[in-house]
Design a protein around this ligand. Structure first.
Ligand code: FAD
Length: 366
């Protein structure tokens, strides 16, 4: 199928939803809950492979003490609890893809497109993009950019692609260690290069790698990548400066770089939204941006008195949900109902009592 054909296919089959939420950090996840209580369906999209935003990407094991009624939980635990809380609402979770385009269609709805080619047709959009989408930190040495994609990579799509190749991996975190351990079974040779003897990755993984080195199945070099050396556009070697200041050349076919991720506002800056110091300006009644139908919650938004705290984002998500309900169903009164007592909320949450189920059956039978 040609690219043109596949584009047509996507055009014919966009995913229809009430709301697309850009970002599956804590605030994007809680947005699903608040929309769900009001009977609105959502699709979440995140450029990361796992939900949780900063909580999972930056501090999964660190304790958080200021979530109301949760004296302490880690970043990962908070994410797991939010995922459990939103489960009744069946939101789509589209991970590992960045939202690249948001545009209003002739009928007033939004066309939202991701880097993976997924297209949504949404009534409203909530940008819960935090500090932006996380992008891999690039190797900053001359010539590296030209070799990217063919010889220098920032993610591994298929380890089998490295069969019979001499691979060098840069980095000291879990990604670098895990891929070194995996590629030992695929590549002709694997050398891990890290700038210092202390590694950020799991000690057990490091121990495994050193054991493989002792078996002469992999190598570990401590030093700083200084230069990539290519001949006629083909990567030949990497120059690594050791602690002794000596520069050594390591021959290789492929270079994998895992220097971690850093946030970038990215495509959000191109959607016609008013930006104030890398944040989106919103009102504090609806948390709507300057574009009707596009809202922003969490760290990404800016208003007088904004505090970048998870609980602030939760409050914003609640108010944005009410505003979106009114926006999508104009003229219809949106009543505030308590989850404690509202049978409608219980139904949406899937926690109807026996009495409520009997009453619903009676009502359905006429
Ligand atoms: P984020 O968590 O940043 O998530 C945004 C998500 O959007 C990301 O996953 C990103 O990949 C995605 N994204 C962005 N752009 C796109 C796009 N175009 N397409 C697809 N996906 C996109 N807060 C507290 O309240 N209490 C604490 O104790 C606390 N401790 C912290 C400790 C550390 C070390 C750090 C760094 C922060 C801490 N914070 C704490 C702050 C808290 O983590 C943030 O306020 C919170 O994560 C904001 O949530 P969010 O959902 O708005 O954004």
């Amino acid at each position: 199928m040609s690219t043109h054909d596949s584009a047509l296919k996507f055009e014919r089959h966009p995913i229809h939803t009430d709301v697309v939420i850009v970002g599956a950090g804590p605030c994007g996840l809680f947005q699903v809950f608040e929309l769900g209580l009001l009977g609105l369906k959502a699709q979440l999209v995140d450029s990361l492979k796992a939900p949780g935003g900063q909580c999972v990407e930056l501090y999964p094991d660190k304790p958080i003490y200021d979530i109301p009624a949760v004296p302490v939980c880690t970043g990962q635990e908070l994410t797991d609890r939010l995922l459990e809380q939103i489960r009744p609402f069946g939101a789509g979770l589209n991970l590992g893809q960045e939202v690249t385009e948001v545009a209003r269609q002739d009928n007033g709805r939004f066309r939202v497109v991701t880097s993976a080619g997924t297209v949504f047709d949404a009534g409203a959009v909530v940008v819960a993009g935090g500090v932006g989408s996380f992008q891999p930190r690039k190797l900053d040495v001359p010539g590296a950019a030209e070799l990217e994609g063919k010889y220098i990579h920032y993610r591994v799509k298929d380890p089998r692609a490295y069969a019979d190749q001499d691979v060098v991996i840069l980095g000291g975190g879990d990604s670098a260690l895990d891929w070194a351990l995996t590629l030992v079974d695929h590549a002709r040779s694997v050398v891990l290069v890290h700038r210092r003897p202390e590694f950020r990755g799991a000690p057990a993984s490091l121990a495994k790698l050193y054991a493989l080195r002792d078996e002469h199945r992999a190598d570990v070099l401590i030093g700083q990548a200084k230069e990539v050396n290519a001949v006629d556009g083909v990567l030949k070697s990497l120059s690594v400066q050791g602690a002794d200041s000596v520069v050594r050349r390591v021959d290789l076919d492929q270079l994998l770089v895992f220097f971690g991720l850093h946030p970038k506002l990215g495509p959000i800056a191109n959607w016609g939204l008013e930006i104030n110091k890398r944040q989106l300006s919103v009102d504090t009644e609806k948390f709507q941006t300057n574009v009707a139908g596009i809202y922003a919650v969490g760290d990404i938004n800016h208003y007088a008195g904004k505090k970048k705290l998870i609980l602030s984002g939760f409050h914003e998500a609640a108010l944005a949900a009410f505003a979106i309900k009114e926006y999508l169903e104009p003229g219809k009164k949106v009543h505030l109902q308590y989850t404690t007592t509202s049978p409608l909320m219980h139904k949406r949450l899937g926690v109807e009592s026996a009495e409520e189920q009997a009453a619903a059956r009676k009502a359905a039978s006429g």
